[in-house]
Design a protein around this ligand. Sequence first.
Ligand code: ADP
Ligand code: ZN
Length: 434
Amino acid sequence: MSSQRENPEYFDREYLEKLQLEKLRQVLERVYHKVPFYRETFRAHKVRPENVKSLKDLEKLPFTTREDLRAGYPYGFLACSLSPLVRLHTSTGTTGKPKAVLFTQKDIAQAAQLITRCIRMTGARPEDVFQNMMSYGLFTGGLIFHYGAERAGLLVIPGGTGNTERQIEMMHDFKATIVHITPSYALYLAEVMERMGFSPRDDFSLRIAYLGAEPYSHATKGRIEEIFSLDAYDSYGLSEMNGPGVAFECKEKQGMHLWEDNFIMEIVDPETFEVRRNGEEGELVLSTINREAMPILRYRTGDLTHIYPEECRCGRVHRRISRIKGRVDDMFVLRGVNIFPSEIERVLMSLPEVGRNYQIVLERKGGLDHMKVRVEIKKEFFGGSFEDLKILQNKIKAKFKVELMVTPQVQLVEPATLPRATGKAIRLIDKREI
Ligand code: ADP
Ligand code: ZN
């Protein structure tokens, strides 16, 4: 029993939940007294911290939304004074005010510790050379991951994004073994390597990739593993919850362990907001229970996933979430059918002829919605005759019809002709007028 209490990854469930409740109650007391937003919304919902007597009572509390965080910009959610603060990060959102997250020294240490836990779980060792190809600066993917990797004793190359040829040279010369990268940048990276005359499989020492920050399909993950000959692990996080290190795949690669000693998770129906308990899909809601500067309660992440209720074969107590299907607001409706861009990717990447990039364009013509999918085709399939291309186009259309019940217009394009992303990819262009 005592060893179970020493390593938080292997706590027993009962102990973990006891700890969660204890920490939650402390957080509630603090925010009630220190954060006017929480005091006011608790009052409006007629709840007081002492009304939360069990984990289930969390449901009595109101949600915190992105709009709330934006309205609280810059310091509205702070539960401490300015003096213990050491760091500011923001979300990558492109419109409106960003969501700002503030950290104390202890918060940074805690976030780094979670990253250390994640990367050790995948077999990273102090002799590994780790190239962090996520944006440094306000985005959490660079610095937060960096601190955790250093803490684990890895040699860290803070590559950031862009400057790709230079990064490839360093990756080659310093024999980087682990990379942290967005899936879209990973595919672009392979392309540039090939252009430079390298083989992504044979000329580098990569053995592990951490892929995250944007939705991608299982098929894309498989392709990245194949192209570079490495093990890819899914990594989930969001700035509001420290950034990366919220949930991470273990070696079993059957979903991501969400660190329940730091976050309490719930899955809610995205429309009614009722809590779903049976492993059904819904919106992930997270409460921080280990954060000093900016505790956030019942945060609606907007991300769709489900919980695997059964214990993982690795024996860790923290429950797993499934690959993120996308954001609730990424979904678009095409002639009455609800579609997530990630489903389109899944269909495309399951076809061997399809290359590494695609784009979805939505248009309205004559009152009707049309979807055009522009798809890069692999070099070896492009040389063929017009007839062959026509057959391929029809094959892709038919696959969409069977799998998603929509028939897009399919435009085949040459490899490496669609726009590339070094950060998060923009796949969907919606030209329809509201
Ligand atoms: P922004 O909300 O501006 O994109 P972040 O940079 O904090 O801010 O991005 C966090 C979001 O990125 C998550 O809410 C989720 O939608 C997406 N994301 C992060 N990791 C993954 C992942 N492994 N799979 C799918 N989506 C992810
Ligand atoms: Zn596991």
